[in-house]
Design a protein around this ligand. Sequence first.
Ligand code: SAM
Length: 262
Amino acid sequence: MGIPVESLKISSSKSQFDANAGNYASSSVHRFGASLPVLLKLADPNKNDLVLDVATGTGNTALAFAPLVSRVTGIDMSPKMLEQAKSRANTENILNADFLEGDAEHLPFRDSSFSIVTSRHAPHHFQDVPKFLSEVKRVLKPSGRFVMGDQIVVHTEDQNWVNEFQRTRDPSHYLQRLVTQWQDLIHDAGLVWVKDQLVPYKLEFDWWVQASGCKSEQIMKLEQMAFAAEQSRRSRLNLEFDASGRISCFIEPMLVVKLEKH
Ligand SMILES: C[S@@+](CC[C@H](N)C(=O)[O-])C[C@H]1O[C@@H](n2cnc3c(N)ncnc32)[C@H](O)[C@@H]1O
């Protein structure tokens, strides 16, 4: 997949997200981001659906589904993120949502338990995506649908740079993929690619580094990487700079895709 796994220095998503759960709970990018309505539309939920949201974080996707379905379960490996999800469900009096600790690569559910599985803003953290996909397929009912939203890389020549940039900001970032790499993984998992949409997100650099709790050395390295990026990369990645030449924002493309188990 382009980057040898041995060369990656991955830290745990659990400690990264436990430490920053409050920031993610108040993140409008995660709560109101444009990929959420697209994901809901592709999933086309109804009142009989049983939904599993994998790596639910503070519950944004799970809680958007709750009023539209029979029951939704959110799982995540970060207890602090889950506390935020439970607290929001209580505040909003949402009674058909459960949140529990669990690993995307070892889903703690019986075969054929859910009619819809979702996972948004998260699969780039998973270290064994083939295992994750086989688990999703296992827990989906026959004819179930899986709707996934994840940030991708559009141009092959930017993949190493983007992953280094992302990992400098959040050491639990594992791998941001090309659409063709997702297509291969989905094909190998035996799932059927039904429909997709690319949703661009404009991210403010200062918000982005604050949300993941970056320290000043990380911020400096990110600023230097962006400053040193050649013009062609700046344009492909829509890196924008202020008058002093410091990065101010960039576009993150999110792939939202509907997959089916036939
Ligand atoms: C950006 S947050 C998720 C956002 C959320 N899905 C939403 O729609 O707002 C990424 C989440 O992935 C979780 N995560 C990362 N790797 C995981 C794994 N292998 N199993 C379960 N959760 C994982 C992290 O703990 C974190 O809460």
